[in-house]
Write a protein that binds this ligand. Structure first.
Ligand code: UDP
Ligand code: MG
Length: 315
């Protein structure tokens, strides 16, 4: 078993040296074949030069330097693309995760495809970080149906094929377990140690919660309806259109048969609005259907995921 460790770093100059020391120590003890990929996410401090110095001394280190700050998800994605190990482990570069947790994750991954850390005793500010995170974890587990206590923990272990089939966008890295488990990947959760950030600044605050919620909507929509958008927009559109039609019909009967003026009635406005909204929604669904076909067919992207093919080799 070979292991790749992926660590995104953005302005962590005070942490890199200690991080590498601890990581190396923990990995040496396991007696594994490993590589460490440090992804410098466009740091503006001396993080990159420190990483280069580490790389000079340690040939098991690969440094990926991104041109600018693309964000943690993109940094993970870069690490995933270059990782060569059978197992890929991700963790934060700010010493909040403990490399000593890696062995138990590697033990579990023998029976699972993805092992996610759970910062049971999380050492982050209470109101700005832990409260939103408790709420977010609750909502995510309800919406995605994948029950984890802690989606946001960076310390995770993946089998290679899990991440190689994955496309990451936005702030999506926390949704990998959810997305992966829809693909049929077996997900486990394990308690991990968490430390307060001692050096350097956290890159996130309360505003992250909004991004997470928006990403959750995307993930849920793509999961449920990405191959059938009309099934999502259609029913609402049909309902709206039908209501509008009934209202308009009622008004028309009043106008034609009873001769009441209907020009100034609010109900008229509602009827017309509902019809227009209905047409729009169905049109959007149909547009979505076209997009889905373009998306899948232009990239020859199948709508299924194969675990393995058993039988004679197929070309
Ligand atoms: N990070 C990154 N790019 C960013 C923001 C953060 O690579 O744009 C890295 C950061 O250097 C750290 C990890 O992602 O190694 C987690 O960031 P942070 O500690 O700020 O997040 P928190 O622990 O507060 O959630
Ligand atoms: Mg941190």
């Amino acid at each position: 078993m070979t292991v790749s460790i992926v660590v995104p770093l953005y302005n962590e100059e005070e942490n890199v040296d200690i991080l590498h020391e601890r990581l190396r120590e923990a990995l040496e003890q396991m007696g594994l074949e490993y590589e460490i990929l440090y992804v410098d996410d466009g740091s503006t401090d001396t993080t990159l030069s420190k990483l280069e110095a580490i790389q000079l001394k340690d040939k098991r280190v690969v440094v990926l330097s991104l041109r600018r700050n693309f964000g943690q998800t993109a940094a993970f994605a870069a690490g995933f693309d270059f990782a060569r190990g059978d197992i890929v482990v991700t963790m934060d570069g700010d010493l909040q995760n403990d490399p000593k947790d890696i062995p138990k994750m590697l033990e579990l991954i023998k029976d699972y495809d993805l092992v996610s850390g759970w910062r049971k005793k999380r050492k982050d500010p209470f109101f700005t970080r832990r409260v939103p995170s408790i709420l977010a974890n609750w909502v995510i587990s309800k919406v995605t149906g994948v029950k984890l206590h802690d989606y946001g923990c960076s310390l995770k272990a993946y089998r290679r094929d899990v991440i190689k089939n994955l496309k990451l966008y936005g702030e999506m890295h926390r949704f990998i377990p959810a997305v992966a488990s829809w693909y049929g990947v077996r997900v486990a959760e394990v308690e991990t140690t968490h430390y307060p950030r001692l050096r350097g600044k956290s890159k996130y605050g309360l505003s992250r919660t909004v991004k997470v919620i928006l990403d959750l909507i995307t993930v849920k929509f793509l999961q449920s309806f990405s191959t059938k958008p009309l099934q999502f927009f259609g029913p609402i559109g049909l309902f709206s259109g039908a209501m509008g039609f009934l209202i308009s019909l009622y008004l028309s009967i009043e106008k034609i048969f009873i001769g009441k003026p209907i020009g100034g009635r609010p109900l008229l406005l509602l009827g017309v609005l509902l019809i227009i909204v209905g047409i729009q929604l169905i049109g959007m669904g149909l547009l979505g259907e076209m997009l889905v076909r373009v998306y899948h067919e232009s990239q020859r992207k199948p709508i299924y995921v194969i675990k393995k093919v058993i039988g004679p080799e197929i070309k």
